[in-house]
Design a protein around this ligand. Structure first.
Ligand SMILES: Nc1nc2c(c(=O)[nH]1)N[C@H]1C(S)=C(S)[C@@H](COP(=O)(O)O)O[C@H]1N2
Ligand SMILES: [Mo]
Length: 366
């Protein structure tokens, strides 16, 4: 039973547990920022501006790091999955059932998460609600597992705990090699992907689906204008419509004549890539003021895009009144390219990329 022992399982398990804990907390954070319940929508924090970039970068990085850790952990414990007799008592049966749920949920989360970052959806359910629900199943099964195994974990947390059965001494060197190998695998998958959001390491970003530099105007694009079926926007007929207590319309030239502000904010995609950029445009707050919106008002943003999950976006008061939140007209010193949302797009601090609506045509005070 070389290395299929509790000491190896504990050594690997604590790193896997840490990765899953980070992944869970950042995942729940992302969920509430993207789909806040009504009571929360108005009070979500728009600062720190880089908050979502950090949490979602960590979410995807910890999920990727968990893959080699989970494989190694399953290898370390697999003989125990085939013990005979399979069930010794009611308690034993329950424990085995919880392990089955734990393994299934962990494999499911890492697999669906990985396919989501390459935007491949070969399953018949929608990713977000299912990935979110199974996260709770996974964390519940993990807490139960930690409780059941608490005595084993305590006994094997250190290499030589007093009062525990001595494990074969000759295994120690092999265990060290195994852990080094797993550590190298985690480092390799992390270093070759984390540059998609941690841009100082972007030159090592060989395996992530996106590279932060590849795209028009130095910024990646998830959904192009062609994919969204936004054809060349006829600027002469385009108007920004603002619905509110005092509704109005603006042409692109009129928008350009309003006070322009420049902000530096990242696009942080839920799929894990992110990149900071310079944006110039009109403050959403100023546009709401022109419509006589109440100070506590939020705004609904509607895109020119006809179909698509991100055509309509709701923005709570905290974001709508933040001086950094713009209806942007320019990106990195140039007029927005069609793929980045020409003629106008939203950019707001501490928000998931999916809510940075492109090709905006309408604002509704809410
Ligand atoms: N109207 C509309 N806006 C959208 C999207 C979309 O599909 N439709 N995609 C969003 C997503 S998922 C991201 S990550 C950002 C990316 O912005 P960029 O393409 O300018 O980098 O745009 C967002 N804005
Ligand atoms: Mo995105």
């Amino acid at each position: 039973m070389k290395l299929h022992d509790a000491r190896t399982a504990t050594s690997l398990g604590r790193w896997l547990g840490l990765a899953i804990a980070v992944c869970f907390v950042t995942g729940v954070t992302s969920h509430y920022l993207q789909h806040p319940p009504d009571w929360l929508a108005g009070s979500l924090p728009s600062r720190p501006a880089w908050g979502y970039r950090l949490t979602q970068g960590l979410h995807v990085a910890s999920g990727i790091a968990a893959i080699p850790l989970l494989l190694a952990k399953l290898w370390a414990v697999y003989p125990r999955l085939f013990v005979w007799p399979p069930v010794r008592s009611a308690v034993h049966a329950l424990e085995r059932l919880s392990i089955a749920v734990l393994v299934a949920a962990a494999v499911f989360q890492l697999f669906t998460g990985l396919l989501n970052i390459v935007q491949w959806y070969p399953w018949p359910f929608s990713f977000v609600p299912v990935h979110y629900a199974v996260a709770w199943v996974l964390i519940g099964a993990l807490l139960l597992h930690l409780a059941v195994k608490a005595p084993d974990i305590a006994a094997h947390w250190r290499a030589r705990s007093p009062g525990t059965l001595a494990l074969p001494a000759e295994d120690a060197a092999d265990r060290r090699s195994l852990l080094l190998g797993v550590g190298a695998a985690v480092a390799a998958v992390t270093l070759t992907t984390v540059g998609q959001s941690f841009t100082p390491l972007k030159r090592l970003d060989l395996l992530a689906p996106r590279h932060p530099d590849y795209g028009p105007q130095g910024l990646p694009v998830n959904r192009t204008a062609a994919a969204a079926r936004v054809t060349r926007v006829d600027v002469r007929s385009w108007r920004l419509t603002v619905a509110g207590p005092r509704p109005y319309e603006l042409t692109l030239d009129e928008l350009r004549a309003l006070p322009q502000h420049e902000v530096t904010l990242p696009i942080a995609c839920v799929e894990g890539w992110s990149k900071s950029a310079h944006w110039t445009g009109v403050r959403v707050k100023d546009l709401l003021d022109l419509a006589d919106a109440a100070p506590g008002a939020g705004v609904r943003v509607v895109s020119l895009e006809r179909r698509g999950a991100y055509r309509v976006m709701d923005m709570g008061r905290g974001y709508a009144h933040d001086p950094l939140t713009l209806l942007a007209l320019r990106l990195n010193g140039e007029v927005l390219s069609p793929d980045h949302g020409f003629p106008a797009r939203i950019i707001a601090p501490n928000r998931p990329g999916v809510l940075q609506t492109k090709w905006v045509s309408r604002l509704e005070v809410s």
